[in-house]
Design a protein around this ligand. Structure first.
Ligand code: TXA
Ligand code: MG
Length: 316
């Protein structure tokens, strides 16, 4: 069992000693280690059972701090950082040699973000190094949005979970790269495309999955529960599969199913995003063998929810 608490000093001491600490962010909990220490970074991959070809995001306290780790910040990237950091936005930028190749899986670019959570911001500002942190779940499984989720899955492998309560946004950061001044979205996430486009104009979406992904968040099967997940018209799915042995994750409609979670009765996509991973996890832990769900409107954070649903239902 890991110790769970709000002690920033303890977290700092462990990280300075090269150990791993789970940290809260506004998106999901991260499994953090010193990004400049290759041994700590290797421990992250090992603890998560993550393939070494899947690069990690580096967390910094500010845009200014980011400048030490990237060669150049194009104007568009700077504009986005100024508008949305701290916040659920990861920028892919050309890395400086100080960032270990292990962090970026040998890629020339590094994913960098300034997370928006008071505890983690304070922690980052007291550290002399940035934190590499993937989501704090075993590779491929549902992302953690509360300290209990981390404890349940990685509690026996890490010494400390910094308790920042439930995550305010609940879905991972949006990842944006740049080519010739053009923004390219590699992963939809907690920052809506509409908000990004208000700052830098039209962006290209490159969030398709492939077996050789540019961003393994693009891997077809990811964010997945253990139970089989079907996504479609919930009325039809319930009629087809019955109530016994099924669990239902509805966007806003009450299907009067005995094992049902409604993500947002008011149809609020931000609320649905906040509840999404914890609901999927909760249903995955019921005796039901089959989880039935539906897509949400494809706007705002709905895009990121639908992306996670598609990957969670993909066959492994
Ligand atoms: O909200 C988040 O981004 C959370 C919190 C903890 O910050 N982190 C997170 O990390 O979601 P992770 O490792 O679960 O997902 C990071 C994604 C992966 O799909 C990875 O492939 C991609 O970011 N990525 C990281 N660095 C990259 C790079 N240099 N080039 C392409 N993709 C990169
Ligand atoms: Mg992840």
């Amino acid at each position: 069992m890991a110790v769970t608490g709000k002690d920033i000093n303890k977290a700092r001491q462990l990280l300075e000693a090269g150990q791993l600490v789970a940290i809260p962010t506004e998106t999901v909990y991260g499994l953090a280690g010193n990004a400049l220490n290759s041994a700590a970074v290797a421990a992250i991959f090992k603890t998560k059972n993550r393939p070494a070809f899947d690069p990690l995001i580096v967390h910094v306290p500010s845009l200014d701090a980011a400048k030490s780790f990237v060669a150049d910040i194009p104007a568009q990237a700077a504009a986005l950082a100024e508008a949305f950091w701290p916040g659920p936005l990861t920028l892919l930028l050309e890395k400086r040699p100080i960032v270990p190749d292990l962090v970026t899986a040998g890629l020339p670019s590094v994913g960098i973000r300034c997370p928006n959570h008071p505890l983690t911001r304070e922690l980052l500002s007291t550290l002399e190094f940035p934190l590499a942190a993937p989501s704090a779940n075993p590779f491929g499984y549902i992302s953690p949005t509360a300290p209990e989720h981390v404890e349940a899955q990685l509690g026996d492998r890490i010494p400390y979970i910094l308790d920042g309560g439930p995550c305010a946004i609940g879905i991972e950061s949006t990842i944006v790269s740049f080519r010739n001044g053009q923004g390219i979205v590699l992963r939809t996430g907690g920052l809506a495309i509409e908000d990004i486009e208000r700052i830098v104009g039209k962006v290209t979406m490159q969030t398709h999955s492939s077996s050789n992904p540019q961003s393994p968040g693009q891997l077809e099967s990811h964010y997945a529960p253990r139970k089989k997940l079907l996504v479609g018209d919930l009325g039809d799915l319930i009629a087809q599969h019955g109530e016994a042995g099924t669990a239902v994750m509805s966007f806003r409609t009450d299907h009067r199913h005995p094992n049902q979670i409604i993500l947002s009765p008011d149809g609020d996509l931000d609320e649905a995003a906040r509840n999404f991973f914890s609901s999927l996890r909760q249903l995955d832990n019921t005796p039901a063998e089959l989880i039935l769900a539906e897509f949400v409107p494809d706007t705002g954070l709905g895009r990121a929810i639908n992306d996670r649903l598609r990957r969670a239902m993909a066959d492994r």
